[in-house]
Design a binder for this molecule. Structure first.
Ligand code: ADP
Ligand code: ASP
Ligand code: MG
Length: 488
């Protein structure tokens, strides 16, 4: 059986949100497993990871109440699902026991944190791994109930990472060896491994996590390691849409896009994909599908090396909120050598990721955008780095504007299409959206710019209609070259 190439199927939080969703996921897996080998990757049930973070943070201040509440909620959510999904008495007892053990373990970690009033990154990762450890067991047991062979597998046994807690990177060569050694024997005996998404471990066995939303990445890491035929990411929307459906009601599903476009979209805020998802599979050309677990009959979006062969121009509009614009400026900045170098060295030392950079020498400033979570640390490092320049007034200010958003216009074949930037800015001007800063990558896969946070929705909606991306027939011809019928 393992001579056939495996399919990796990942189910996100909402796709395993309750017993009915888990059953639906199991049915999708069962249908696929009847055709060939399948490895499932699963996220925590929806809401669980957020609650784990809240409990961990409250514990670090000495507050044990949230941890106690967390344990109750986890028990209620998982035991209710077990009762609905697992009728075999022995299996149910065993699964309930394992579930309880995992909940006791995380409660213990939170109480320990509350005693010490210190939350180390390593303990936080261990706490955060709880959701996936619980859901993988639930899904595997549901598959067994349906008569399949299945078992939950901890990704700590498969995915080898560096030791950066909270956003670990996979070490692919070691991962290939471990994943094959652990998973191929299971596939050989026609079993479906259900792997915990989001987590990995260092070569020494220390648990790590891959960053929020990281289960998408787990799926493609395993897809790459096993040289899968395809990776299918099952989620709660029909695929990659022309805009976030929460911002644009008539956003349309894209039928096929390229790795580059998908990566750009993910990087600029399309939550449907973790930004690093395409990395482990693009070189080998393994296709990635985004499909709706609530409507599995729909086509979904296929992500390939070339994307849609004829589609040109703007494919989608994305937006990122919760970001801050930092400006380092002053009249002396033009003649002052090394300001850019010093600025970005300071940002790097704060461990902050820069999402967009823009420099305007006429206004004598350098500005860049980072996640708001990194803001306080970054400003502190900048003030230290420029302490002398600030004292001498060579640098006059380091300012922060947290009330902004990044909006990006994305599409691979925008390159060479004249006038996209012009149309973008005229459309925004007509709607009264003020542009605070602009950046265009040299790849020309995107034009991105900063607007006031309150104008984000307006900006996305106006550009979505300017470029004719909406679902229904419009008087504008769709520049993506796809018919609305084919993609809805
Ligand atoms: P999962 O739990 O399955 O990982 P996520 O919540 O992480 O799902 O991602 C899916 C969500 O991403 C959708 O419900 C949608 O609101 C949001 N989203 C944002 N931008 C896009 C886009 N361009 N296309 C599709 N979904 C998007
Ligand atoms: N459960 C993790 C999170 O919420 C990983 C994921 O869902 O992809 O971030
Ligand atoms: Mg996700």
């Amino acid at each position: 059986m393992t001579k056939e190439r495996v399919r990796v199927m990942k189910f996100g939080g909402t796709s395993v949100g309750d017993a009915a969703c888990i059953r639906r996921a199991a049915e999708i897996i069962a249908a696929a497993a009847a055709e060939g080998p399948v490895v499932a990757v699963v996220s925590a049930m929806s809401g669980v990871t957020n609650r784990l973070i809240e409990a961990a943070q409250a514990s670090s201040t000495g507050n044990r109440r949230l941890a106690a509440e967390l344990a109750e909620r986890l028990r209620e959510q998982h035991q209710t699902a077990i009762e609905a999904l697992v009728s075999d008495a022995d299996r149910r007892t065993e699964l309930s026991g394992e579930t309880e053990k995992i909940i006791e373990h995380v409660t213990g970690l939170c109480y320990g944190t509350a005693l010490l009033r210190e939350l180390t990154p390593r303990v936080l990762d261990e706490i955060l791994s709880t959701g996936e450890r619980l859901s993988a067991r639930l899904l595997a047991n549901t598959l067994c109930e349906m008569g399949l062979k299945s078992r939950a597998v901890e990704a700590t046994e498969l995915i080898v990472t560096d030791n950066v807690s909270g956003r670990a990177e996979p070490l692919m060569e070691q991962t290939k060896v471990k994943a094959a050694a652990r998973l191929l024997p299971l596939l050989e005996e026609d079993s479906v491994p259900v792997v915990t998404g989001f987590i990995g471990a260092t070569a020494e066995g220390m648990l790590t996590t891959l960053g929020r939303g990281g289960s998408d990445y787990s799926a493609t890491i395993l897809g790459g390691a096993l040289d899968a035929a395809e990776v299918i990411i099952w989620t709660d929307v029909d695929g990659v849409l022309t805009a976030d459906p929460r911002l644009v009601a008539d956003a349309r599903t894209l039928r096929e896009i390229s790795y580059n476009e998908a990566a750009e979209l993910a990087y600029f805020g399309a939550k449907v994909l973790h930004p690093k998802t395409l990395r482990p599979v693009s070189e080998a050309g393994i296709p990635v599908w985004i499909r709706n677990s609530f409507a599995p009959e729909r086509h979904g979006t296929k992500i390939t090396a070339t994307g849609h062969p004829t589609a040109r121009g703007v494919k989608a509009i994305t937006a990122i909120g919760n970001v801050s614009l930092i400006t380092v400026g002053g009249r002396g900045i033009v003649g002052l050598p090394g300001v850019a170098g010093k600025t970005f060295t300071a940002v790097a030392s704060a461990d902050a990721n820069i999402l967009l950079i823009s420099q305007s020498s006429s206004q004598n400033d350098i500005c860049f955008v980072i996640n708001s979570d990194d803001e306080a640390r970054t400003v502190e490092k900048l003030r230290q780095a420029f302490a002398i320049d600030l004292a001498h007034k060579a640098i006059e200010h380091i300012t922060v504007n947290p009330e902004i958003a990044i909006v990006a216009v994305v599409g691979e074949r925008m390159r060479g299409l004249l006038g996209i930037a012009g149309r973008t800015f005229s459309a925004l001007g007509r709607r009264g959206v003020n542009i605070i800063a602009i950046a265009q990558g040299s790849s020309e896969y995107n034009v991105s710019f900063v607007v006031e946070a309150g104008m984000m929705r307006e900006a996305v909606q106006s550009l979505h209609s300017e470029f004719g991306l909406q679902r229904r027939a419009s008087r504008f011809e769709s520049v993506t070259g796809e018919s609305a019928m084919a993609t809805v």
